[in-house]
Design a binder for this molecule. Structure first.
Ligand code: SF4
Length: 345
């Protein structure tokens, strides 16, 4: 049986042709899947019963969830081949953000990240990414989506772009691209495609203005130096609808000093509409890095703002359920027995 969730309109057109179904049924199925969001194939009443028998929506519901005192909910999914994937729902006043994973594990091995420590367990298909959005109980409430869960989205660019296409298609979810942020360490070929082929917001993990120091935190600096990333993004327009932000986890005494704020402001001086999000570091198991204290983060933020770099501190969320933005680390074996924190978006 053919699984439908995650298929683009083009892929559905090929599928219905291969199955001997009328060409117009591709649009009908697309509408049922992503506009009407049905969860049962039998609700597709304008598709013949014979053809419905060949199709399967393929939704997989979470196997576990944990709820924080602040309302943040962490979901665990198992893919059809048994890989563990985590997704975090973050309600915040009039916003309801879902933080989705794009890979099971991650190859990037950032020093501070528990996802990186668990290694890479495979790409998620567009269907497995969309499934995180469609199968949670809060699916209809979502106002925003961030690709900040497990994995590096631009190491899985084809599938992530398919998801963005479905979410923003007028005949699909019809979401404004302004509701979606893709966060990346800055893999240049994928970033270029994201910038050219979508209009979503972009967040780039920076964490140090000094190349050698950034390399010690993020091995990607070697293949994709931040200078080259900045050269690329400087060619795009962020003065209007699209937003560019830089993520900066603050490590006490390591990257939150006046020397760092000065160098960071200089580094971003030619990216006029960029903003910097300062993120609290919550020490993770097996990682020997210090967290900044709150007053150092405030001083760092104020220093950046005084130099013309718009900077904010992102509030942490869901600490009591141990969940962290970019620090998800479930494996099929340990499930929720691991540290995990979430930052509000
Ligand atoms: S921070 Fe993101 S890119 Fe780096 S290892 Fe963790 S999940 Fe991968």
């Amino acid at each position: 049986m053919e699984t439908l969730t995650g298929k683009t309109l083009g892929e559905l057109q090929t599928l219905v042709k291969d199955l001997g179904m009328p060409a117009f049924t591709a649009k009908q199925i697309f509408d049922w899947l992503y506009k009407k969001r049905v969860s049962s194939i039998d609700e597709m009443t304008n598709i013949s019963q014979k053809h419905r028998g060949l199709l399967n929506i393929g939704l997989i519901f979470p196997t576990q969830h944990q709820t924080s005192a602040d309302g943040t909910v962490k979901y665990l999914f198992k893919t059809s081949d048994g890989r563990a994937v985590e997704t975090v729902f973050i309600p915040d006043k009039d916003r309801a953000t879902l933080c989705v994973s794009s890979q099971a594990g991650c190859k990037m091995n950032c020093l501070f990240c528990t996802t990186g420590k668990q290694g890479f367990h495979g790409q998620l298909s567009a269907g497995e990414i969309l499934n995180q959005i469609l199968s949670i109980p809060e699916s209809d409430q979502l106002t925003n989506l961030v690709f900040m869960g497990m994995g590096e989205p631009l190491d899985n660019t084809d599938e992530v772009l398919k998801v963005l296409d479905i979410l923003t298609a007028e005949e699909g979810f019809a979401w404004s691209p302004k509701r979606i942020t893709v966060s990346s360490v800055g893999i240049i070929p994928g970033l270029k495609r994201l910038l050219d082929e979508s209009r979503v917001h972009v967040a780039i993990s920076l964490h140090s203005p000094f190349p050698a120091e950034r390399l010690s935190l993020m091995p990607i600096e070697k293949a994709c130096p931040m200078q080259d990333v900045l050269e690329l993004v400087s060619r795009y327009d962020f003065a209007h609808q699209r937003r560019l932000s830089f993520e900066y986890i603050c490590f006490g005494g390591l990257n939150d000093t006046p020397k760092h704020s000065l160098a960071l402001a200089q580094l971003l001086r030619n990216i006029p509409y960029a903003r910097v999000n300062l993120i609290n570091y919550h020490p993770a198991a097996g990682v020997n890095l210090p967290a900044s204290n709150p007053s150092a983060m405030v001083a760092f933020r104020d220093s950046l703002n005084s130099k013309g770099i718009i900077s904010t501190i992102r509030a942490s969320r869901g600490e009591d359920i141990l969940a962290a933005c970019g620090m998800l680390s479930a494996t099929a074996r340990d499930e929720f027995n691991h540290p995990m924190r979430v930052s509000s978006i």
